[in-house]
Design a binder for this molecule. Structure first.
Ligand SMILES: CCCCCCCCCCCC(=O)SCCNC(=O)CCNC(=O)[C@H](O)C(C)(C)COP(=O)(O)OP(=O)(O)OC[C@H]1O[C@@H](n2cnc3c(N)ncnc32)[C@H](O)[C@@H]1OP(=O)(O)O
Length: 136
């Protein structure tokens, strides 16, 4: 996703240096919104990994404040905004490195999982492709 450097702050927030390459251009000189969302999925999910908790993104809301330029140094941050049992609210932001201006912001709901999440997903897919999701 164009990550170049990651550092963890004492308060638990994660900080990144990154840039959007031309392969993710969505308009002349600017990033595709899917790349921006993908960056957020990665950095909010990685925050949980750093806290040694597997969690998947259940919901992600992105506000695109300004076009994100390609081929420019950017910074990003992710931080835990709240926790309710196994549900985490994680926020993220992407900034123009030169000015610090926020270009995009995200709020994500992460749901804690065990590794069996992926086994169950494969089992669910098997049932789904066999014509039943097992709930009937
Ligand atoms: C080293 C390098 C590594 C590098 C690693 C880099 C990190 C990258 C990480 C990438 C992570 C991803 O891309 S994840 C990929 C995208 N996401 C996914 O594939 C997830 C697909 N969705 C799911 O599997 C499911 O919908 C879940 C697990 C999200 C939720 O399933 P569930 O059956 O509802 O689970 P359950 O345990 O009952 O729910 C827990 C609680 O969350 C609530 N909840 C669940 N979904 C939502 C929702 N969208 N909005 C509101 N609330 C929700 C439920 O109501 C419940 O509340 P209460 O009753 O408890 O109050």
């Amino acid at each position: 996703m164009g990550m170049e450097e990651e550092t963890l702050a004492a308060d638990g927030s994660a900080h990144y240096r990154l840039r959007c390459g031309p392969e993710h251009e969505g308009g002349p000189g600017v990033a595709h919104g899917g790349w921006i969302s993908g960056v957020f999925v990665e950095i909010v999910g990685h925050l949980a990994v750093q806290m040694e908790q597997l969690a998947v993104t259940g919901a992600l809301s992105v506000t695109y404040r300004k076009p994100v330029p390609i081929n420019r140094p950017l910074t990003a941050r992710a931080w835990l905004a709240g926790k309710d049992g196994g549900k985490w609210t994680v926020e993220g932001s992407i900034h123009l490195a030169s000015s610090g201006t926020e270009l995009a912001h995200a709020t994500a709901l992460l749901v804690e999982r065990e590794m069996s999440h992926y086994t169950r997903a494969r089992e669910w897919l098997g049932r789904e492709e066999a014509g039943s999701d097992g709930t009937a």
